[in-house]
Design a protein around this ligand. Structure first.
Ligand code: NAD
Length: 297
C-alpha cells in the first residue's frame, strides 16, 4: 500500500519504519529534517511537505505532539482535508483532546474522507518493537480498512466506538494509571515509616487486594520488579511530563463533560508539583520521591 506518514519523532519514526519493513511504500514528512533523514535511512521516501506525503497515498498516519498540531495539519489553510482525495483514510495516532478528534472527524466526513483517532500506549519500546496497543475511535468501515495497517505497528488493536472514543479510552486509562501509581507509592512510603520492608509489602500486596499493575509490573521501589525504572534511578520509561499531559487532557474532558474526577485532579496537581521541581523528564513512578519530600534525590 502507499502510505503517507506525518510526524516522525520518538514514536512516529519507528512506527513508519515498521510499515516499511512490512512492505508498504511510505512517504514520510516531518518539520524536522533530521527526522525525515532517519526515515529515509529506514527505507521511506522523504516528502517535502505534509501535502506531498499525502498526495499519492491511500492512507495517511499522523503522529504529532498535541491537538493544536493536529488541527493545523488537517484543518489549516493548506490542511490535508483541503488537498487529499475523497476516500482517503486518515489515522491520527497522536494523543490529543477528544474535542479536536471529533472536530477533525466531522470535517473529514464532510469532505468524504475517513478519519480515525487511534492513540497508542506502549511507549518508544512498543513503537520500535511493533507491539503498541491502539485504541481506535471512528466508524467500523474505516476501522476495518485501518486494521491491517495498525497490525503492522501494534499487537493489540481495540475499536473503542465512535469518533473520539480512542482518545477517551487513552485518557481514562492513563488517569487510572496515575492514581494507582500514586497510591502504590504512598503505600511504600507509609511502610518505610512503619518499618515494613519493601519486599515484604510487595509479596503481601501483590497477592492481596492492593494488587495492581503499578505494583506488580512497574513497582516504584527498586528490587521487587527488576525491569521497573526504580531500578535505574527513575530513568524514563514514561516521563512524568507525558503523564501530566494526559492528566490535563483528562481534566479538560472531565470539566467539559461534567464528570467528577477528584482523584484525577489531585494526581494532576501532584504531577504539576513534580514537574515544577524539575523532574518532568524522569519516569512517572519517580513521584515516590516527591512523596518522600525529595523530588530530585
Ligand atoms: P515527538 O515530539 O518526539 O515527535 C513529534 C514529531 O512531530 C516531531 O518530530 C515534530 O517535528 C513533528 N511535528 C510537529 N508539528 C508538525 C507538523 N506541523 N508537521 C509535521 N511534523 C510535525 O513526540 P512523540 O514522543 O513521538 O509523541 C507523539 C505523540 O504520541 C504525542 O501525542 C504523545 O503524547 C504520544 N505518545 C507518546 C509516547 C511516548 O512514550 N513518547 C507514548 C504514547 C503516546
Amino acid at each position: 500500500m502507499r502510505i503517507g506518514f506525518i510526524g516522525l519523532g520518538n514514536m512516529g519514526g519507528p512506527m513508519a519504519a515498521n510499515l516499511v519493513k512490512a512492505g508498504h511504500s511510505v512517504a514520510a514528512f516531518d518539520m524536522s529534517k533530521p527526522a525525515v533523514e532517519r526515515a529515509v535511512a529506514a527505507g521511506a521516501q522523504g516528502a517535502a511537505s505534509a501535502n506531498a506525503a499525502a498526495s499519492d497515498a491511500e492512507a495517511i498516519v499522523t503522529m504529532l505532539p498535541a491537538g493544536q498540531h493536529v488541527r493545523q495539519v488537517y484543518l489549516g489553510d493548506q490542511g490535508l482535508l483541503k488537498t487529499a482525495k475523497p476516500g482517503t483514510l486518515f489515522i491520527d495516532s497522536s494523543t490529543i483532546d477528544v474535542a479536536t478528534a471529533r472536530d477533525v472527524y466531522a470535517a473529514a466526513k464532510a469532505a468524504r474522507m475517513d478519519f480515525l483517532d487511534a492513540p497508542v500506549s506502549g511507549g518508544v519500546g512498543g513503537a520500535a518493537g511493533g507491539t503498541l496497543t491502539f485504541m481506535v475511535g471512528g466508524e467500523d468501515t474505516a476501522f476495518q480498512r485501518a486494521k491491517p495497517i495498525l497490525e503492522k505497528m501494534g499487537k493489540n488493536i481495540f475499536h473503542a466506538g465512535g469518533a473520539g472514543n480512542g482518545q477517551a479510552a487513552k485518557i481514562c486509562n492513563n488517569m487510572l494509571l496515575a492514581i494507582s501509581m500514586i497510591g502504590t507509592c504512598e503505600a511504600f512510603v507509609l511502610a518505610e515509616k512503619l518499618g515494613l520492608d519493601h519486599e515484604t509489602l510487595f509479596k503481601i500486596s501483590s497477592t492481596a487486594s492492593g494488587q495492581c499493575w503499578s505494583l506488580t509490573s512497574y513497582c516504584p521501589v527498586p528490587g521487587p520488579v527488576p525491569a521497573s525504572p526504580a531500578n535505574r534511578n527513575y530513568q524514563a520509561g514514561f516521563t512524568a511530563a507525558m503523564m501530566l499531559k494526559d492528566l490535563k487532557l483528562a481534566q479538560a474532558a472531565a470539566q467539559s463533560s461534567g464528570a467528577a474526577t477528584p482523584l484525577g485532579a489531585q494526581a494532576a496537581a501532584l504531577y504539576t508539583l513534580f514537574e515544577s521541581a524539575g523532574a518532568g523528564g524522569r519516569d512517572f513512578s519517580g513521584i515516590i520521591q516527591l512523596l518522600r519530600g525529595q523530588p530530585q534525590a
